[in-house]
Design a protein around this ligand. Structure first.
Ligand SMILES: Nc1ncnc2c1ncn2[C@@H]1O[C@H](COP(=O)(O)OP(=O)(O)OP(=O)(O)O)[C@@H](O)[C@H]1O
Ligand SMILES: [Mg+2]
Length: 420
């Protein structure tokens, strides 16, 4: 049973909920409040793959509906009935339930005897009203997430508000710091298939790339993804971009779903280097991430685009934290800049980090295929990336994730690639 009073802070709760797989769900509500809640649940980002249908009429309507029709993967029933009546209507529903169908009851009675009776009859969960959107999403998610895969990897998507503003540099340095400072196994996924720089920045030239996963959906599994990863450091691996132009990359919206699902189920932290473009798949990558980091330089075009991105992401991710803002390349001599405070005020976000322009430091790192922390260990800028890593990864979740390196892929990664 869910006790709303004991529930932790919504952002913390949300961060640990795994995406729900492609299941069919039908909800039978008694009240308009519950119907509204279920509709909200259906549009939550973690439910993007699931298919949800809402009906009224509670348990009786459910029993009636499935007398002739097949049952979905999951049935959610709201019931305010007292114990005997609820158990009775469940029994008639059970007669027409297909094998494998799960049932969640949302009730109005906080009654442990009823809870036990329901569990004994095979009900998967019993939630007591009032229930929040994330409470229900979590209850659904937990039914379909294998215990050995929990908690799933945290996805941090990094993108630039304008081309060339340093998004990839921030993504790579932040990921490097997450793996090193927080000791969390991390994978960088370079989604800039044509021009990605992750390989260059880590001085890697892997023979295979993410394209081998995206263009071979039939062969895609944890083993293939494991083979495509190239090791940068003990705890950091790279899923590089092909960075070749022998084919165009007009990818469908769901092109990266398969590979990201595999990574999410097996690596504690996944940093996406999302190129500055607006495609169905790039929008999806940002909307579905656990954290979004927007990198901006202090000029007008960055400001306009940052504002548009923030507005869009706030709407698309109502149950998540706002995107994080990183101001990069601040203080370039003789360049008129928008003051960081003004920029922050305009987009209504205070920057999580403000990184100075430093041509020598960043130029040296880029030319040598090194991270800032390697070029100038202990320096101020390296410290900024460490700080960024702590903030963006939600240290508590990251620590927990690290302890549960249980799934087979991570076990292999741990031995072959990520173990110290
Ligand atoms: N704070 C900084 N000071 C100086 N140079 C920087 C800074 N940040 C990034 N750079 C340099 O700016 C260049 C562009 O950086 P990067 O490739 O990370 O940008 P991007 O936003 O990912 O670009 P693209 O739109 O091509 O993906 C690189 O040469 C990088 O070394
Ligand atoms: Mg880039």
């Amino acid at each position: 049973m869910t006790d709303p009073d004991q529930a932790p802070d919504p952002t913390e709760r949300g961060a640990q909920i795994a995406a729900v797989p492609r299941i069919s769900i039908q909800a039978f509500c008694e009240t308009a409040d519950m119907a509204a809640l279920v509709s909200d649940v259906g549009t939550e980002r973690r439910m993007a793959r699931a298919h949800m249908k809402v009906h009224m009429g509670g348990a009786a309507a459910a029993a009636e509906a499935y007398r002739a029709a097949p049952t979905p993967n999951l049935i959610i029933i709201e019931s305010s009935a007292e114990r005997a009546m609820l158990l009775g209507s469940l029994e008639s529903l059970a007669e027409s339930c297909d094998a494998g169908t799960k049932v969640i009851i949302v009730g109005h009675l906080n009654d442990i005897v009823l809870y036990r009776d329901l569990m004994a009859r095979g009900v998967s969960d019993y939630l007591v009203m009032p229930v929040g959107v994330l409470d229900l999403v979590r209850a659904i998610s937990q039914l379909y997430t294998h215990p050995s895969a929990a908690p799933l990897g945290r996805v941090v998507a990094v993108t630039g508000c304008k081309g060339g503003c340093g998004a990839s540099t921030v993504a790579h340095n932040m990921a490097w710091s997450i793996s090193r400072e927080l000791d969390v196994a991390t994978v960088i996924v370079d989604l800039d298939l044509a021009f990605g720089t992750a390989g260059l920045n880590f001085n890697q030239d892997p023979p295979q790339s993410i394209a081998d996963a995206v263009f071979a959906p039939d062969r895609l599994d944890a083993n293939l993804v494991d083979r495509l990863l190239s090791k940068c450091t003990d705890r950091l691996s790279l899923l590089a971009a092909p960075a070749t132009l022998d084919q165009p990359y007009d990818l469908p919206e769901t092109a990266f779903d398969g590979v990201l699902d595999i990574l999410r189920g097996s690596v504690p932290c996944i940093v996406l280097d999302v190129p500055h473009q607006w495609t169905a798949w790039s929008r999806r990558a940002l909307a579905a991430a656990d954290e979004v980091v927007l990198v901006a330089a202090p000029d007008l075009a960055n400001l306009r685009n940052a504002k548009n991105l923030v507005d869009l992401l706030r709407t698309a991710r109502v149950h998540d934290t706002a995107p994080r803002l990183v101001m990069n390349g601040i203080g370039l001599m003789k360049r008129p800049e928008i003051a960081v405070a003004d920029f922050a005020k305009a987009v209504e976000l205070s920057p999580m980090a403000t990184i100075p322009f430093d041509a020598k430091l960043f130029g040296t790192a880029a030319n040598n295929g090194q991270m800032i922390g390697e070029v100038e260990a202990g320096g101020k800028v390296a410290g900024l990336f460490n700080d960024l890593a702590h903030r963006v990864s939600g240290r508590v979740e990251a620590r927990r994730a690290k302890r549960s390196l249980l799934s087979p892929l991570v076990a292999r990664l741990g031995r072959k690639r990520l173990a110290t």
